[in-house]
Design a protein around this ligand. Structure first.
Ligand code: IDP
Ligand code: MG
Length: 215
C-alpha cells in the first residue's frame, strides 16, 4: 500500500472526498474491525446487530485475512501512541500490584507498549477479521460506547466487550499475547479517517438511506 495522504491516486481522492462530508454529525464515519477471536466464536452477526439496532448505518462490510504489514500500518508507530499503550497497562499493574519487571523486564512505558504492539499485530493477522464502515450521529463516540472498555473485565455489562469477553491485561500479559477483546473501534475522528483510508476503497462504500431517514 502506498502512502494514501501524500500521493493520492484518483480512487484515493474519491475516498478523501467521501470522508470530507463528515461535517454533519449524522455523516460521521468510523471503522470497526471485528477481531479474529470474535470471528472464530461466530459473533460477527451479534456484533453487527448491536450497531444496527442503535440506528447506525453499515456502509461498508467485508471479511478479510490481513497480514502483519496491514496491521503494522493500522496501529500507529508514533512514540506517543506506543508509550500511551504501555502507560495504561502500567496503571492496571499498580492497581493489582503485579510486577512489570517480571512480565516485561522493564517499567518503561514505551518499551512495554512496543512489546504489546507486536503481540497485537500477530493476533490481528492470526485469522480473518471483518472490516466494517459505520456511519451515523457521532458514530465515533457511539461506537466506542457500544464497544466498552479496552479490558473486557472492566467493560460494563451491555457493551460488546462486557457481554462476550472476560479477558484482562494481566491475564494476556502473563500469556504473552494481546488482550482478546473482540473488536477494534477507532478512538477519535482523526484515527477514524486514517483507518478508513487504509482499509476501504471507494467502490466498497455504499451510499443509501436507512428507512427511518426517509420518514
Ligand atoms: P482500544 O482497542 O480500546 O482502542 P488501545 O489502547 O488502542 O485499546 O489498544 C489497542 C489494543 O491493544 C487493544 O484493543 C488490546 O487488544 C491490546 N492491548 C491493550 N492493552 C494491552 C495489554 O496490556 N496487554 C496486551 N494487549 C493489550
Ligand atoms: Mg485504540
Amino acid at each position: 500500500m502506498t502512502n494514501k495522504f501524500q500521493n493520492p491516486s484518483s480512487k484515493q481522492k474519491k475516498m478523501q472526498e467521501l470522508l470530507a462530508d463528515s461535517e454533519h454529525p449524522r455523516q460521521e464515519k468510523t471503522l470497526v474491525l471485528i477481531k479474529p477471536d470474535a470471528v472464530k466464536r461466530g459473533l460477527v452477526g451479534e456484533i453487527l446487530k448491536r450497531f444496527e439496532n442503535r440506528g447506525l448505518k453499515i456502509i461498508g462490510l467485508k471479511l478479510v485475512h490481513g497480514n502483519k504489514k496491514d496491521f503494522d500500518r493500522h496501529y500507529p508507530r508514533s512514540k506517543e501512541w506506543i508509550a500511551n499503550l504501555g502507560k495504561r497497562t502500567i496503571e492496571t499493574y499498580k492497581k493489582y500490584d503485579y510486577s512489570l519487571k517480571n512480565d516485561f523486564g522493564s517499567e518503561n512505558p514505551f518499551k512495554i507498549g512496543k512489546i504489546f504492539r507486536n503481540w497485537l499485530i500477530d493476533f490481528m493477522a492470526s485469522g480473518p477479521i471483518a472490516k466494517v464502515l459505520i456511519e451515523g450521529v457521532h458514530a465515533v463516540d457511539v461506537v466506542r460506547k457500544i464497544t466498552g472498555d479496552t479490558q473486557p473485565h472492566f467493560a460494563l455489562t451491555g457493551t460488546i466487550r462486557g457481554d462476550f469477553s472476560v479477558d484482562s491485561a494481566g491475564s494476556a500479559n502473563k500469556d504473552k499475547r494481546a488482550v482478546h477483546n473482540l473488536i477494534h473501534a477507532s478512538g477519535n475522528k482523526e484515527e477514524a479517517r486514517n483507518e478508513i483510508m487504509l482499509w476501504f476503497e471507494p467502490d466498497e462504500v455504499c451510499d443509501y438511506k436507512r428507512a427511518e431517514e426517509s420518514i
